[in-house]
Design a protein around this ligand. Structure first.
Ligand SMILES: Cc1cc2nc3c(=O)[nH]c(=O)nc-3n(C[C@H](O)[C@H](O)[C@H](O)COP(=O)(O)OP(=O)(O)OC[C@H]3O[C@@H](n4cnc5c(N)ncnc54)[C@H](O)[C@@H]3O)c2cc1C
Length: 254
């Protein structure tokens, strides 16, 4: 199916047209194999755009997925779409449980420390790590400049820069690049993760407060995951997902 006018995309009807052609072309069967790709319409569902505006609901999509599986059979691809929709639900529940705590620079780390304190019944000073968790508040001119360059896709790391340019020009970014760009901002530049989340909020056409805040918190290692920060190595990611350098060349960073 081709979308010929802007209205073809709009609202619930546009969303239903999109999902119909997605399932008709049986893309759900290859979803797990393609979901980590970087460019194109078909490698992931693109449901997020309609979900974020409320034009489609997760329930509607789940029903369509069930109908698809009844007609064409279930496989790990169709299962994985359901699994990813559960992540979306999870971040909603996280907000119901923790509310404003998710917006602190140290996220849920402080809570974990005070729970530990009361369990042991001894007074523990919050350690330096927890006080510093969440990155540096952006105040100095050097930090402002670092942050500005990261936002604009000009920080000097070609894979990250390519992603940030795509985000700024299109309002969309693959999940893979969202992870790489966020990890770089948090774990390499060591800047306050909340500023990165705010930049994504300003740019994303599928911006969703629960999923955005939840994913940033998760990558910063300040959410509920006991394994700590989810730093990814940018060079390894580029080698694995952009071996032919196509993506970086497309966005002019190589
Ligand atoms: C730093 C960061 C910020 C993000 N900000 C947002 C945001 O503002 N809005 C948003 O909708 N998603 C966000 N995500 C999650 C994910 O990147 C997008 O949902 C996905 O890329 C949207 O494209 P798609 O619909 O083709 O996804 P698909 O891969 O086709 O997934 C199907 C659906 O599952 C849900 N989903 C998939 N991955 C995730 C995830 N990691 N967390 C929560 N739900 C998920 C979405 O509703 C998505 O539409 C963020 C991820 C990261 C790492």
């Amino acid at each position: 199916m081709t979308f010929s006018t802007g209205n073809d995309f709009a609202g619930t009807q546009g969303g239903l047209r999109h999902t119909e052609q997605y399932f008709e072309r049986q893309l759900a069967h290859s979803y797990k194999a393609t979901r980590n790709q970087l460019s194109g319409l078909d490698y992931s569902t693109k449901f997020s755009v309609w979900l974020a505006s409320g034009a489609l609901s997760a329930r509607m999509l789940y029903q369509q997925l069930q109908a698809f599986e009844a007609k064409h059979g279930a496989n790990d691809g169709s299962y994985w779409i359901w699994f990813e929709l559960l992540w979306r639900d999870y971040f909603r529940f996280l907000h119901l449980r923790f509310g404003a705590q998710l917006y602190r620079r140290s996220g849920l780390r402080q809570r974990a420390a005070s729970e530990q304190k009361s369990r042991r019944g001894v007074k523990l000073e919050l350690n330096e790590g927890i006080a510093q968790a969440g990155g540096a508040v952006i105040t100095t001119p050097a930090q402002v400049e670092q942050f500005r360059r990261w936002c604009l896709g000009d920080c000097g790391e070609p894979f990250v820069d390519a992603g940030m340019r795509e985000l700024r020009h299109t309002g969309y970014l693959s999940n893979r690049l969202r992870q790489v760009a966020a990890s770089y901002m948090i774990h390499t530049l060591k800047l306050d993760w909340r500023a990165g989340a705010a930049w994504f909020e300003a740019q994303l056409i599928d911006y969703d407060v629960y999923s955005n805040q939840g994913n940033w918190l998760y990558i910063a290692g300040l959410g509920t995951d006991p394994r700590g920060g989810r730093a990814v190595r940018t060079d390894k990611q580029a080698l694995e997902y952009d071996r032919a350098e196509t993506y970086r060349k497309q966005w002019g960073t190589l």
